[in-house]
Design a protein around this ligand. Structure first.
Ligand SMILES: *Cc1c(COP(=O)(O)O)cnc(C)c1O
Length: 466
């Protein structure tokens, strides 16, 4: 950026932002089936945006200076606690931060115990928390028919070093709910990751879905995370972590008086932070109300049923497991799903690729939201057309020797420019229409540690400034 010599007007800047956003995927309308959550009610998102702006400049660092943040946080956390079996909570910036705090509290509650026991389907946020907090992870395979965690296998992985076991409700990859009660009964602290399901499953249950108990009402569950920026439909930056025991909430906090500056006490990872997301979440909950969420739950459940039935009717596709939520993953033994995703993208639909892992096949992931119902037939037509196109094109097969070449690369010897050239030769276009099937095929053929190394280089090259 050339920093302008003199300041520019807001209209000028907004026009430029609109131009910059020209190639962004739409955040409304339901054709982007990951990352964004649309109610289909613009007035709700408008109310949230106005509330967000209203509190934008308020700093949550000092609640004694801005008591509005305490009032709003008590209400938002209280609403989540009412829905999820009580507890004592913290408003955070997202699922990752909620999980980070739950893991920190568990670590500090059991000095000397440094291992997390996770099903392989648990979110990477737990690996990140372990990495940041100096803990180890023990990953446990899931049942390869149901994709649910295996409590017996988890019991075997638990030992005297375990400070936390994890169950997901649901796990993101396949939308299935782990056997929470059995995992929580293992006799060690148990976090339920309901980041995506916490504000979804109760409304699906009201709409008639068969949802097992998964929250703080289940004995042995010590903490639970629930994102409001997913199925709460709040603007990004909104999640809640709840602890059964108020002493555990205090263990999530950090305070320091070890300097001559202002006294610092942080309930979250961030210190100075805007109250915008809190106000946005508060406003979204109020703008929708119980009736709004109930109605969205009904529409989401109906859309999920139609999607699953429609996918089952497309030759070559198969839904993985029996999702109790509205997250649906499908695989294929006949067509390359990564090619299918590229073909769907050309038709204006984003389906999220998931790489094969621990015996689980590569697949595509769809998050069904409140707005999906209106377009579910169109989505199925696009998926059917993309499936046929992928069948005609055949699979993306990396050129002979390329995977071995990537696996043998000394990545540290390449700079970002050289890596970008290499990626371009594999089909990863940094500027044009993304054709990701070949990139995904190469990643899929690599072991996870190498996938991570390559992905880091990909982002580093993407953000390189020259
Ligand atoms: C989204 C998600 C997370 C991480 O949340 P962020 O808000 O992206 O940080 C953790 N667990 C599950 C199950 C999720 O779906």
């Amino acid at each position: 950026m050339d920093l302008p010599e003199s300041g520019r007007s807001a209209e000028d800047l907004l026009a430029e932002l609109a131009r910059l956003r020209g190639r962004d995927l739409p955040v409304r309308g339901g054709r982007v089936t990951a990352y964004v959550y649309d109610t289909g009610r613009p007035e709700v998102h408008e109310a949230a945006a106005r509330a967000y702006l209203e509190l934008l400049e308020v700093n949550m660092l000092d609640p004694t200076a801005f008591p509005s943040v305490v009032a709003m946080e008590r209400q938002v956390v209280g609403a989540v606690a009412d829905l999820l079996g009580g507890g004592h909570g913290i408003f955070t910036s997202g699922g990752t931060e909620s999980i980070m705090l739950a893991v920190k509290a568990a670590r500090d509650a059991s000095p000397g115990r440094g291992t997390l026991v996770l099903p392989v389907t648990a979110h990477p946020a737990f690996h990140k928390a372990a990495h940041y907090l100096g803990l180890r992870v023990r990953q446990v395979p899931v049942d390869l028919e149901t994709f649910r965690a295996d409590p017996a296998a988890m019991a075997k992985a638990v030992d005297e070093t375990t400070c936390l076991v994890v169950a997901s409700a649901p796990a993101y990859p396949h939308g299935v709910v782990d056997p929470v009660a059995e995992i929580a009964a293992l006799g060690v602290p148990c976090h339920v990751d309901a980041c995506v399901g916490g504000w979804l499953l109760p409304w699906l249950r009201e709409a008639g879905a068969d949802v097992p108990a998964f929250d703080l009402t289940v004995p042995g569950v010590t903490s639970i995370s629930c994102d409001l920026h997913k199925f709460g439909y709040a603007p990004k930056g909104a999640s809640v972590v709840l602890f059964r025991d108020p002493a555990w909430r205090r263990r999530a906090y950090f305070a320091s008086a070890a300097w001559p500056g202002y006294t610092l006490v942080n309930p979250t990872v961030q210190s100075a932070r805007t109250a915008g997301p809190l106000a946005g979440a508060w406003a979204t909950l109020q703008a929708l109300g119980r009736e709004g969420y109930r109605e969205l739950g009904r529409a989401t459940l109906e859309a999920t049923r139609r999607l699953r039935a429609g996918l089952a009717a497309i030759p070559g596709l198969r839904v993985l497991g029996d999702p109790q939520s509205s997250l649906v993953a499908f695989a294929s033994a006949e067509v390359d799903v990564f090619v299918l995703a590229d073909e769907a993208r050309k038709l204006g639909w984003l389906l999220q690729p998931q790489l094969s892992f621990a015996g689980i096949p590569k697949n595509l992931h769809v998050t069904v939201t409140g707005v999906t119902l209106a377009g579910v037939e169109a989505m199925l037509e696009a998926i059917a057309a993309a499936t046929e196109a992928a069948r005609r094109r055949g699979p993306a097969v990396p050129p002979e020797g390329l995977v071995e070449l990537v696996a043998g690369l000394d990545l540290d010897a390449l700079d970002d420019g050289q890596f970008a050239e290499l990626a371009a030769s594999a089909g990863a276009d940094f500027d044009g229409e993304p054709e990701m099937a070949m990139v995904n095929a190469i990643l899929d053929a690599l072991p996870p540690r190498l996938r991570e190394a390559v992905l880091v280089r990909f982002f580093s090259a993407l953000y390189a400034t020259g």
